[in-house]
Design a protein around this ligand. Sequence first.
Ligand code: C5P
Length: 224
Amino acid sequence: MNLVITIDGPAGAGKSTVAKILAKRLGYLYLDSGAIYRALGLLAKEERVDFNDEEKLVKLSQKIKFLKLEWEKELRVYLGEREITKDIRGEEAGRWASSVSRHPKVRKALLNIQRGFLANGNVVAEGRDMGTVVFPDAFLKIFLVADLKERARRRMKDENVPFTSENIERFSELIRKRDEQDSERKTAPLKKAEDAVEIDTTSLTPSQVVDIIENIVKKKLSFK
Ligand code: C5P
């Protein structure tokens, strides 16, 4: 049986950076579940599908079977032949993703694509509901948190936005709102699984966080 390590948490807590390094170090596959919702959000925006129209979004989600997540040095995301890596990044695309991901039927339609990753090898899976819904029997569950201002700064760095106090306030508010929407939805809300290990990454480097997780993995594997 292949193993899954889940990494969940709010926006900007360091999930993607940590998940990628961890997957590389362990030689596991990397599942960026946010990229799946972001791709659907992009499609909905481009095809002018109302974010409240659950049935149309479910239909649109059938196109996600053409999604390819290629990962060597960087994650590259394709829909069929079209590369959408850049189109799905940034807070705006995050907001679209959060809006389409609220719907229970949309989440259900995308479940098998996510679980399918496990057929190909051990996986580090990153998102909001990896440990609670998608992989409830995961080998190890991690929940990353960090202070809001620090999370805002990380997102601004990703998007090359200058660190003015005005921008920090603006990004903090965008992130806070997205987390609120993700935490308050009825289906698969952002929340820590009961058996998850919580790590506060505010004053840690990604490599320090990965060291902590790797040590837990090694200990667990030696007891297996
Ligand atoms: O992690 P990322 O910022 O790429 O996620 C974008 C959005 O996709 C989140 O704000 C959330 O609404 C949604 N998402 C989700 N479940 C996941 C991963 C992401 O609902 N497992």
